[in-house]
Ligand binder design. Structure first.
Ligand SMILES: Cc1ncc(COP(=O)(O)O)c(C=O)c1O
Length: 412
């Protein structure tokens, strides 16, 4: 079913904003999404009518806040098809979710000489924690190569699995290339080689249907702020057995069952991993975001983005001085609405500045993926436009008009 974009746009107050005197065209949802009034109102209602700490009191509004927090996990669990709400640990963002795994699971399971395998299309969030762990433990960090069409090189992957890595961590979808990886197949191959699997779902959960049980990964990380929810909250999904076997990372309130002078015992899941007062309003906002996306239908969300991506790739392919870095128009089915590109003779920062002056928000830089952008794409920086449920074709037209303006300005 096609999304009713005009109706959706009415839910996003920010889209009425002017930027540099022009109607805002927001094409940077891969960095963070805009928020519908349903999310803003849910947070506002929490603060106005039932703000209280959770777990700790038996008065009505505290119970209501606790119920909202727990229900948020249940709803998110259902959204990504986890078995149970207790498999969802709330953290600050994808980055923290990955660090939680590297610091807790990694610390207990990685030993000197072990291999850790990641891909060359990872965000720094899925590189640096593994580098830190490898350094601390004297482990080896290996990288899966990419094909010229900017996909995971599956032959190289199978070769690298022969070194029997303890953990394989890869992104479900690239924030630079838009490539969607076959997470289910990659997980199966990793499991067959005896590895535990972490999937970085920061870009996939907001844009495509995700089923963690079908993927069968052991860990899955996501951020609320990229999926219409507030920032400051994200989730680590992990299979219950993995969480049971792991040690908590932080000690403090709520994560304990009992505390003696010299030792403590841990609370049951998921609370064992959530020390201290949590981001309650974040959980309430994320629940509203999940409800919003669920109502639209993730298949429909992806269809809408595919239509926009096809249109944008077609239009960009007609411009001979623009090069797109990522899978082409024939790969739209397995692609996000994230398009990185360079304009011959125009630095990406200059391009972004010209687009900004036209009211168009795109991003330029290394997109927190330096090894990919510098070594594989071979540029110091690239420009990136990314789409979401509220974007329409005429906004892509505006962006492309600004691209030709940038070209004219800088190739004089
Ligand atoms: C693929 C990918 N992984 C991880 C992250 C990190 O997300 P956060 O900054 O919310 O932790 C991002 C953010 O852009 C991303 O695109």
């Amino acid at each position: 079913m096609a999304l009713d974009v005009e109706k959706i746009r009415k839910d996003f107050p920010i889209l009425k904003t002017q930027m540099n005197g022009k109607q805002l065209v927001y094409l940077d949802s891969a960095a963070t999404s805009q928020k519908p009034k349903q999310v803003i109102n849910a947070i506002s209602r929490y603060y106005k009518t039932y703000n209280a700490n959770i777990h700790r009191a038996i008065y009505k509004i505290s119970e209501e806040a606790t119920e909202g927090y727990i229900d948020s996990k249940e709803k998110l669990a259902k959204f990504i098809h986890a078995k149970k709400g207790l498999e969802i640990i709330y953290v600050r963002n994808t980055t923290e979710a990955i660090n939680l795994v590297s610091l807790s699971w990694g610390n207990d399971n990685i030993k000197q000489g072990d291999h850790i395998l990641i891909s060359k299309m990872e965000h720094h969030s899925n590189i640096v924690p593994w580098q830190m762990l490898a350094k601390k433990k004297g482990a080896m960090l290996d990288y899966i190569e990419l094909t010229p069409s900017m996909h995971i090189d599956m032959e190289d992957y199978k070769r690298k699995l022969q070194s029997r890595p303890k953990i394989v961590a890869f992104t479900h979808a690239s924030n630079v290339l838009g490539t969607i990886n076959d997470a289910k197949l990659m997980t199966k191959l990793a499991h067959d080689a005896g590895a535990v699997v972490l999937v970085d779902g920061a870009q996939s959960v907001p844009h495509i249907p995700v089923n963690v049980q079908e993927i069968d990964c052991d860990f899955f990380a996501l951020s609320s702020h990229k999926m219409l929810g507030p920032s400051g909250i994200g989730a680590l999904y992990a299979k219950e057995a993995m969480l049971d076997a792991m040690n908590p990372l932080f000690g403090g309130g709520d994560m304990i069952r009992s505390v003696d002078l010299q030792q403590s015992t841990w609370n049951e899941l998921p609370w064992k991993f959530e020390a201290g007062t949590q981001n309650i309003e974040g959980a309430i906002g994320l629940r509203a975001a999940v409800k919003y996306l669920k109502k639209l239908g993730m298949e429909n969300v992806h269809e809408h983005e595919k239509t926009l991506t096809r249109y944008a790739l077609q239009r960009l392919s007609e411009i001979d001085y623009v090069k797109v870095h990522g899978p082409g128009i024939n790969d739209v089915e397995k692609r996000l609405g994230v398009i990185s590109f360079t304009i011959q003779g125009v630095h990406p920062h200059d391009a972004a500045a010209v687009l900004d002056s036209e009211g168009v928000a795109i991003r330029s830089g290394h997109h927190c993926a330096m090894p990919l952008v510098r070594n594989i794409i071979g540029q110091p920086a690239v420009s990136r436009m990314s789409f979401y449920i509220y974007n329409r074709e005429e906004e892509i037209d505006k962006a492309i008009d600004a691209v030709s303006k940038a070209k004219k300005m800088f190739s004089k």
